[in-house]
Design a protein around this ligand. Sequence first.
Ligand SMILES: Cc1cc2nc3c(=O)[nH]c(=O)nc-3n(C[C@H](O)[C@H](O)[C@H](O)COP(=O)(O)OP(=O)(O)OC[C@H]3O[C@@H](n4cnc5c(N)ncnc54)[C@H](O)[C@@H]3O)c2cc1C
Ligand SMILES: *[C@@H]1O[C@H](CO)[C@@H](O)[C@H](O)[C@H]1NC(C)=O
Ligand SMILES: *[C@@H]1O[C@H](CO)[C@@H](O)[C@H](O)[C@H]1NC(C)=O
Ligand SMILES: CC(=O)N[C@H]1CO[C@H](CO)[C@@H](O)[C@@H]1O
Length: 745
Amino acid sequence: MSPELPTEPVSPKATPLPPLPSEDPLTPAQWKTILAIADAVIPALKPTSTSKAVTDIAVPDAVYSTAITKLGVLSLEADDDADNAAKEYLESNASQDPAFRAELQRVFAMYMPDSQKKELRMLLNVLNTRAGSLALTGYMTPISEQPAHIRESILQGWGTARLGPLRQLRRSLTILTKQAWIKTSPSLRRMIAIPRLPVGMKPGKGHDYEFIQIPPGDGPEVIETDVVIVGSGCGGGVSAKNLAEAGYRVLIVEKSYHWTPDHFPMAEADGWHHLFMSGSFLTSDDSSVTIVAGQAWGGGGTVNWSASLQTQGYVRREWASRGLPFFTSATFQESLDRVCGRMGVSAEHIKHNRSNEILLEGARKLGWSAKPVPQNTGGRQHFCGYCNFGCGSCEKQGPVVSFLPDAARASAKFMEGFQAEKILFSTKEGKQVATGVLGTWTSRDERGGVSGSPTTRRKVIIKAKRVIVSAGTMQSPLLLLRSGLKNPQIGRNLYIHPVAVLGAIHKEEIRPWEGGILTSVVNEFENMDNKGHGVKLEATTMVPSAWLMWLDWKGGLQYKLDAARMKHMVGYISLARDRGSGRVYADPVDGRVRFQYQVSKFDKQHILEGLISLAKIQYVAGAQEIFTVIPGMRPFIRDAAPETGAGINDLAFQTWIEEIRTKGLPTPESVFVSAHQMGSCRMSALEKDGVVDPTGKVWGTEGLFVADASVFPSASGVNPMVTNMGISDWVSRGVARGLEDKARL
Ligand SMILES: Cc1cc2nc3c(=O)[nH]c(=O)nc-3n(C[C@H](O)[C@H](O)[C@H](O)COP(=O)(O)OP(=O)(O)OC[C@H]3O[C@@H](n4cnc5c(N)ncnc54)[C@H](O)[C@@H]3O)c2cc1C
Ligand SMILES: *[C@@H]1O[C@H](CO)[C@@H](O)[C@H](O)[C@H]1NC(C)=O
Ligand SMILES: *[C@@H]1O[C@H](CO)[C@@H](O)[C@H](O)[C@H]1NC(C)=O
Ligand SMILES: CC(=O)N[C@H]1CO[C@H](CO)[C@@H](O)[C@@H]1O
């Protein structure tokens, strides 16, 4: 470690958010309605003796004091004023902190596509009329005028309504409220007592990036280069390194901004906005799936969890059988090994935290196949659970600390704040030949941050001999479509590895946010149809804002009491290699990314079996309570009676599992999440079947390539980063060879 660095963790630098747009997306009446609903999801709870019974929910005095005691015991160690912390927690509603409303406003104003905003406004208006209120709530009095306990019971009623849309409405409104509250509530943070920084984090030194600055001026600025790469993520980073090291002038453009490691890990309230696409509020058209994708300098590599698995044989064979023999070739393996070698991928230094240890130990006790997951942490032990918001220690070898600095050393140039709008073409012999990229560059503000007004905004034309699109699975197809390409395959074949979660509460303190996030996997169920479809069971990130919104909301008191037990929780995902697929497209009104995806019955079945298997692991690990996110499903609570030796054959447990099977993952209220998007510009042997040819070149064009996870022929099954980097290694080497040939001619 270099001498000038402090060895003790210091508080990361502040990362203020850009200002809210001046136009308020909701009217005062609409705000009143939505906040009345939010304050019923997260209500103020008071003992009957002091309750006002309109703005709070009265809890019988005895129940209240039991709750205070339970919460007090939980936070005792961390808080010398535990009773007051508990009281403040119970007695505050979601909206009393102004940050809550600001967070909702940011979501509505900045991330919701216009058509969804319209629907929300209409719903809030209808709820505000007597007829609409009667139809939706059973009362003539609008919900905004109801006392808190009636509001709560209306929401509970929606949960069991016969009409699917009402159940869906309850789900959407409760999740929205939970997410905003978890990020903004100081009293929740105090209850959970999660430290701001990973225990023992040592600050690291990052690469000193230089970014091109464009002077103010009229008309577009023109820049020339050999290769322009759109997107600084996993595919873009690898491509930049290869082409720069091969001696070509490379310019990599990225729409978001670089944050030096002394900003990491970001606070949860800021991190989602600065580092993720649409603040992670991007949902499918039917709102059943949420997409989490990195949008940062370094793309998904800046926020991913270090899991570095190579593409498995059965997937390689499937892809090869589609006329793409590359995937079973030695060349592909060399590419995989090369990128893993550069990142120091290894399973040797892993120290599992409790959640991962339980996963491995539970699988062992059940006789299931499981293994540690190699990490791209430069061969070092990296004991950090906060990488979701950037890695402050730089141990995680994301593109920002590996491929991009390599590219810089080989003279690659970088541009942040550049939104690529169009690929430019000329026509030669009936083919579109890419000649560059047109986009808008937005500078930082006067203080060098992004929270004020930019000092300059300019159109920029980048002229290049080759264009590589590495904007990720959600954005690459949109860029191709905006550029006028017409291939109907563009945006189709979207695979997402849909995920559902299972949690459990243990008697011991787990402090699940400590330690590496994803260091083990149970792969017993990865091939359930003998065609390579099934699930992987993995641990998940356990920062409150990535976890607590999954706890089922059955009422205000229950939800608050559950959330406060986070310190004792473990959380896992059942991640499917999906057979079904969806489609990415541009919103017809505002051009933003939209997508259709419904988890198929077939894939749901696999996810459900995965959840049941995770429950079994928790049972043998001695969990006190096991819960699913299936709406309305009761948790399994372990009997206090002594163990009989039956293990998972325990009758009460088996009965509960049968209940899960019966309930399934009902439509439309079940929700899924995806951090792995793939396939929307898939590689194909024939032009009619995909978007790029076997070298990564866009069909029907010259000089235009795609190198990111969108070219996967189908779902990768494993966490996609390494597969993506391996393919991008191959594609970019091919681009370099093509340039050489041209130079020789
Ligand atoms: C929270 C999280 C955890 C993950 N953990 C793992 C893991 O442990 N292991 C694993 O293998 N995978 C993991 N993944 C998945 C992995 O990060 C992605 O699959 C991978 O990053 C995809 O790489 P990509 O090259 O396709 O695009 P990305 O890495 O997403 O990069 C695309 C970049 O392009 C930029 N961009 C988009 N449009 C434009 C435009 N028009 N102009 C300019 N720039 C643009 C974006 O801002 C973005 O930075 C995780 C993902 C997430 C979100
Ligand atoms: C939430 O709490 C605040 C502060 O106590 C109160 O003014 C407000 O009316 C409450 N909101 C609702 C909708 O009851
Ligand atoms: C994910 O993170 C690891 C470790 O930070 C990094 O090496 C890798 O490049 C990242 N992968 C992607 C695809 O971003
Ligand atoms: C098994 C286990 O608990 N391992 C570690 C998980 O993370 C915590 C927090 O750092 C460690 O103290 C444990 O040793």
